[in-house]
Design a binder for this molecule. Structure first.
Ligand code: NDP
Length: 444
């Protein structure tokens, strides 16, 4: 395989999909050497079969708003690869959703799920529907209309969706309710459900907690203690909230959070009480992060991301491409020594190169944020054995999975200098398992 040839051919076939091409390039450049040590892979054109999704469903979603007006949105489900288990990956509701973004997410998800050691293939879905400013009833009607199309393509052994940006417990429950009614079954085909409806303890916390557990493993390699470290977090949704919760428990000082309008900078650190306020602000009132600055009389920076603030550790937890090369250089210049990604692909290729060439501990999302889908996998297991595990049991399993992912990254990513290239480690480990399964299963 020659990476450039594969990329050129994909760029000709999918010219309007920059995020997808970006994700493919990152993975292919890390696995090129390993791939080429296996001529049997090339004989069955494994690389194209792995880069191009198994199938893509796209459909129109009709729903009625509170004024009685009929609205339409696009809905999608990308079933990327199911070599190691049923398709698994979240649903995103955001005005920016398009096939390129969902294809990048489904591609990444395939390797992430492989890394978790659980039997899950990769998928992703969503809609360009924006939940912002919609009433609860409108959200319910939209979720139901979305599933009216999606339900025929999913199932417990086939494809198991979950949440992502704009889709939390409320939306998952509405979608699962409609799915159950149409499929006439109760097999837990969505994860991230409420506890009473078959969800798992620790699922809401899992991505944020998991990212911090992964960070701790990285810090351990340099004998650094998290206590007292200054941390910049972006986002204020599900992942960011539980990242901050775990950091507070461990004695770190979180100085920033953000939303798509801007960020707040709190020099005293966000404590438990302030985090409770943010959770209520975001999850109940559905307000803006700016209101935190007004309440606690701290700085609010409109239209910017928090990377210019001095910190030891940065945990991007909002969205893709939220740290560019300039941001990365500012972080490095200000003494930041570790970056662990709660979001998917938040760092651009230029930013990653700057982190790595400056020797930072840098963990890509597919390793560091795999805690969410891992606990989703545990939710699937609990649903199929019809049992619920305790908080401690799930948290212990989550910690173990994050530690195992870290070990795999070190195994495949440690360079001669001793520096661990977590991008390379995660990509090779994730790829090899999927590749072996695909080889075993023949050309299908
Ligand atoms: P939420 O919708 O709960 O929160 C998203 C946060 O990011 C909000 O604060 C939102 O602000 C902000 N945000 C969204 N889009 C943008 C943008 N274009 N620019 C700036 N800020 C933005 O989503 P999650 O917390 O679930 O997801 C965050 C990230 O983590 C995503 O990349 C997701 O793919 C990834 N992830 C999530 C997992 C999960 O379990 N939920 C699992 C693994 C990864 P606003 O409110 O203004 O929109």
């Amino acid at each position: 395989m020659k990476v450039q040839e594969v990329l050129d051919s994909l760029a000709i076939r999918f010219p309007n999909e920059p995020e997808y091409l970006q994700a493919v390039e990152e993975v292919l450049s890390s696995i090129e050497d390993v791939y080429n040590q296996h001529p049997e892979f090339d004989r069955v054109n494994l690389i194209e079969r792995l880069c191009i999704p198994d199938r893509i469903y796209s459909f129109r979603v009709n729903w009625v708003d509170d004024r009685g007006k009929v609205r339409t949105n696009m809905g999608y489900r990308i079933q990327h690869n199911n070599a190691i288990g049923p398709y698994k990956g979240g649903i995103r509701f955001h005005s920016s959703v398009n096939p390129s973004i969902l294809k990048f997410l489904a591609f990444e998800q395939t390797f992430k799920n492989s890394l978790t050691t659980l039997p899950m293939g990769g998928g992703k879905g969503g809609s360009d529907f924006s939940p912002k400013g919609k009433s609860n009833e409108e959200i319910m009607r939209f979720c139901q209309a979305f599933v009216l199309e999606l339900w025929r393509h999913i199932g417990p052994q086939r494809d198991v969706p979950a949440g992502d940006i704009g889709v939390g417990g409320r939306e998952v429950n509405y979608m699962y309710g409609m799915y159950k009614k149409l499929a006439q079954e109760n097999t837990g085909t969505f994860t991230g459900k409420s506890l009473e409806g078959g969800g798992s303890l620790i699922r809401p916390e899992a991505t944020g907690y998991g990212n911090v557990y992964f960070l701790l493993k990285m810090l351990e390699t340099r004998n650094v203690d998290i206590k007292g470290k200054v941390v910049a977090v972006s986002g204020s949704g599900n992942v960011a909230q539980y990242t901050v919760e775990k950091l507070i428990q461990l004695g770190a000082k979180v100085i920033t959070m953000s939303d798509s309008n801007g960020y707040i900078y709190d020099p005293d650190g966000i404590d438990r009480e302030k985090l409770d306020y943010i959770m209520e602000l975001k999850n109940v009132w559905r307000g803006r992060i700016k209101e935190y600055a007004e309440k606690y009389n701290v700085k609010y920076v409109e239209g910017k991301r928090p990377w210019a603030e001095k910190c030891d550790i940065a945990l991007p937890s909002a969205t893709q491409n939220e740290i560019n090369g300039k941001d990365a250089q500012m972080l490095v210049d200000n003494g930041c020594f570790a970056v662990s990604e709660g979001a998917n692909m938040p760092s651009t290729p230029e930013a990653i190169a700057i982190f790595q060439s400056n020797g930072l501990l840098y963990a890509p999302g597919k390793a560091a944020n795999a805690g969410g889908v891992s606990v989703s996998g545990l939710e699937m297991t609990q649903n199929s054995i019809k049992l619920g595990w305790s908080k401690e049991e799930v948290d212990t399993k989550l910690k173990q999975i994050m530690s195992d992912i870290h070990s795999q990254c070190v195994k495949y990513g440690k360079e001669e200098s001793g520096y661990v290239n977590y991008v390379k480690g995660a990509n090779i480990a994730g790829f090899m398992k999927v590749a072996k399964a695909m080889m075993d299963q023949g050309v299908i």
